[in-house]
Design a protein around this ligand. Structure first.
Ligand code: SAM
Length: 280
């Protein structure tokens, strides 16, 4: 059931038309108007769904002005849906200013969830999904791209990036240099489309696959990278272990004390040896 005076944020397919939800079709059929990123692109989608509605172009250049006019209509009782060229609006797509203003004006905003390249890549990529961060499109310039990777080198959450097809190899090369060749990543290409290709491997293996043409540099890409999961070794002793080490040092050599304390506590022998040297 459609509600008057409501702004609907409707997700549309990222490739496979069959992924449009029944609720999305219902809402798009029922609203007074649909705000779209690109009228020609959306007309094709809506035609395929047999939906005929007035369309309003809403893109990054006119979003603030056009958005105000649209929200005035919503305040007067109209129901409007926002869609983007593909996937979930606002996710690297227009709509942020519109939705923010709608909330300021106390307008009801209703999401109609559905396809999203980030979630599709994450769900099929086989990397930890409990905590992740989305970094959007990578910078086009090498220096900025490397800087971004360097700022993320110790990030333990799974990292998700969008990248253009012609820069996919450069991006993997930079990641490899900053994160190391052993870091596990996933290249998710053409999700839900005919040539869908999802490959997980070390950054070294993925680079090789690109160089061999096993991952073609064409189509749409999401890159998912495992976070920094190296075990961080403790660098200090707990007060209890330090007390034990002191007791042992009063009777034994540094080497013997460190070795015995390691056996008793399971703490790294190197750390105990360094600490014993300092204490002795
Ligand atoms: N709002 C969209 C969503 O929810 O997925 C994302 C829009 S963003 C402008 C477009 C980028 O998303 C592409 O350049 C690509 O990185 C990624 N993308 C979109 N569809 C994709 C697909 N079918 N397979 C892989 N990546 C895709």
């Amino acid at each position: 059931m459609i509600k008057a005076g409501t702004l609907y944020i409707v997700a549309t397919p990222i490739g496979h038309l069959g992924d449009v939800s029944a609720r999305a079709i219902e809402i798009l059929n029922a609203v007074d108007k649909i705000a779209v990123e690109d009228t020609r692109h959306s007309r094709r989608l809506l035609k395929a769904l047999n939906i005929e509605k007035p369309l309003v172009a809403l893109h990054e250049h006119n979003e603030k002005d056009k958005g105000c006019l649209l929200l005035e209509e919503v305040q007067q009782g109209a129901s409007i849906a926002l869609i983007s060229d593909a996937g979930t609006p606002l996710i690297s797509d227009p709509g942020y200013h519109l939705v923010r203003s709608a909330h300021r004006l106390q307008i009801r905003v209703v999401p109609i969830p559905g396809p999203c390249a980030i979630i599709a890549a994450l769900s099929a990529g086989g990397l930890p999904t409990d905590r992740f961060i989305f970094e959007g499109f990578l910078p086009a310039k090498k220096t900025a791209r490397r800087k971004q990777f360097e700022s993320l080198v110790n990030e333990s959450r799974t990292l998700i990036f969008f990248e253009a097809p012609h820069r996919i190899k450069e991006a993997i090369v930079d990641m490899l240099e900053v994160f190391g060749g052993d870091r596990i990543a996933v290249i998710a290409r053409e999700l839900t489309k005919l040539y869908e290709n999802i490959k997980q491997g070390s950054l070294c293996e993925l680079l090789q696959a690109i160089e061999l043409g096993a991952i073609p540099d064409k189509g749409e890409f999401v890159i998912v990278v495992e976070g920094d999961v190296r075990k961080k070794l403790p660098t200090t002793l707990t007060p209890e272990v330090e007390q034990l080490l002191k007791t042992l040092l009063s009777e034994l050599s540094v080497k013997q004390s460190a070795s015995l304390a390691a056996k008793i506590t399971g703490v790294s022998k190197n750390l105990l040896y360094e600490s014993a040297l300092k204490l002795s």
